[in-house]
Write a protein that binds this ligand. Structure first.
Ligand code: UDP
Ligand code: UDP
Length: 474
């Protein structure tokens, strides 16, 4: 086989479906539209079935090579109690020596390395590979990146106590104010390893050659301008940013159940169905799941609901009781599935989300506001009922409702949102005047994303600049 002369870029993503998805899509775009070949390191240790599914069933072009890193025994450093970012960071750390060896041996030598913002230990590769610039890919919003870059400063300013107990909102340059209770999970306890790893990564991001971002100029103009020009970000030496989004997956594997969902959707009236899906690992409590089901039933609206076992019922119990039939009814009121049959469909634990959002029968989306789900919703012009659960989703939900104006945010006093409130909001979004206004705004934003990617659009220009940099043509 002759060696390809195409420019070569290596990828080191972190873990989790929400992070792997945009890395994989970026890699595909580089290969399919910009003439690159890509080597994509995939950490298999501790990878969830959903991640493996994503990698194994991805529709990959021949110039995208996945390197499955051999599994490691991490029992000495990671236990069942280790939380998500600490888990990812330690996993990357343990895999790092092997990745470095593979990277140095790669033929042809890569022109650049793209790493996730949560893999910044790899920025030390710079010493062994001085001519290979390392770019970070911040897969969430510009707002989230700005907050994260500001966190070390906030940490210095707030001398004692927890950030979530601050008396007033947090003011980050270039961002709307953030309510302390909306801060990311990792910032809730400054004594926890999660927080320490978070600070570690964002103190190091400025060592990268550039930050690739899954957003576009017209979606977050104030924050993107601040990241480029505000003295705070200049003083911490924020590298050039490349907002090339939206990067939203175009294809996905469709299982038999997925295909049943789509066939059912095809038969529903245009814009009539509420899609309910809480990301790759979102679950509700049993009490909330029951209230949610009642709210949907009372609303009288059509729905497609991706149901998972409630958080307080372990999946071990679930699978022992067994079978998809009992799975989907878990936490649902007696007779719910039968009473709503015809106008509602319950599937679990996974649905082909992009195909559902793209279907013209879908009229609105109840989302946990993971950044990929948020962009997918906007790209298909759908209003959202924001139901944030974990990670940075509370910040995203605030943005969806208060800045972008494409959704309403659900918040239950004491943690549980009652059925009457769910009924009210579902009706409002699907059939009310407010729903039409949100939908129009979502359609407008979707159109602005198409414009950004067109020849001469902001994201298209950022792509051209990025491709030049990756190719070593400054
Ligand atoms: N997803 C899907 N089907 C599901 C749930 C999720 O296809 O039933 C996909 C969704 O389209 C998105 C990704 O999984 O691309 C979830 O990423 P996101 O950033 O929204 O959330 P996270 O998984 O990080 O919480
Ligand atoms: N899942 C699936 N098809 C997919 C991806 C995920 O059926 O393409 C299922 C997966 O098998 C699991 C659930 O969705 O039952 C959530 O996956 P997991 O707990 O592995 O997700 P993560 O830990 O990444 O959040």
């Amino acid at each position: 086989m002759t060696e390809s002369t195409k420019p070569h870029v290596a990828f080191l993503p972190s873990l989790g479906v929400g992070i792997l998805t945009p890395h994989l899509e970026l890699a595909k775009l580089l290969v399919n539209h910009h003439g690159f070949q890509v080597t994509f390191f995939y950490i298999t240790t501790d990878a969830s079935p959903a991640q493996n599914n994503l990698i194994n069933s991805a529709d990959l072009p021949p110039d995208l090579h996945i390197v499955h890193l051999p599994p490691l025994d991490l029992s000495a450093v990671i236990t069942l109690q280790t939380r998500v970012l600490t888990r990812f960071s330690l996993n990357v750390q343990e895999n790092l020596p092997h990745i470095k060896t593979l990277l140095i041996q790669l033929i042809p030598k890569p022109q650049a390395l793209i790493i996730d913002v949560f893999c910044t230990q790899a920025l030390d590769f710079q010493e062994s590979l001085p001519n290979v610039p390392i770019f970070t890919f911040a897969t969430a919003s510009a707002h989230f990146l700005a907050f994260s870059l500001f966190l070390p400063q906030l940490d210095r300013d707030v001398v004692e106590g927890q950030l979530v107990d601050l008396p007033g909102p947090v003011q980050v340059p270039g961002c709307q104010t953030i309510r302390p209770q909306d801060l990311i999970d990792q910032a809730t306890d400054r004594n926890n390893d999660e927080y320490k790893w978070y600070l570690y990564h964002f103190k190091r991001v400025s060592k990268s050659a550039g930050i690739i971002m899954n957003t576009w100029q017209d979606l977050e103009p104030v924050t993107l301008n601040a990241l480029r020009e505000h003295p705070f970000y200049r003083n911490i030496h924020t590298p050039p940013i490349y907002p090339i989004g939206p990067i939203v997956k175009e294809t996905e594997p469709i299982t038999e159940t997925g295909s049943e969902c789509l066939t059912w959707l095809d038969k529903q009236p245009t814009g009539s169905v509420l899609f309910v899906s809480l990301g790759s690992r979102g679950v509700l409590s049993a009490e909330q799941q029951t209230e949610f089901a009642w709210g949907l039933e009372l609303s009288g609206q059509r729905f497609l609901w991706v149901v998972r076992a409630p958080s307080d019922i372990s999946s071990a119990t679930l699978y022992n009781v067994g079978g998809v039939g009992s799975h989907v009814q878990w936490g649902l009121p007696e007779g719910f599935v039968e009473r709503t049959r015809g106008r509602g469909m319950v599937v679990g634990p996974w649905a082909p989300q992009v195909s559902v959002l793209r279907n013209t029968s879908t009229g609105a989306f109840v989302s946990h506001c993971g950044w990929n789900s948020t962009l997918e919703s906007v790209a298909y012009g759908l209003p959202m009922i924001a139901w944030p659960l974990y990670s940075e989703q509370r910040m995203n939900a605030a943005m969806v409702a208060e800045v972008l104006g494409v959704g309403v945010r659900m918040e239950g006093e004491g943690g549980v949102v009652g059925r009457k409130e769910i009924e009210r909001v579902v009706r409002m979004v699907l059939e009310g005047e407010e729903g039409r206004r949100l939908r129009q705004r979502a359609i407008d934003l979707g159109e602005s994303s198409v414009k950004a990617l067109r020849l001469g659009g902001d994201s298209c220009l950022a792509w051209a600049a990025l491709a030049n940099q990756l190719n070593g043509q400054c």
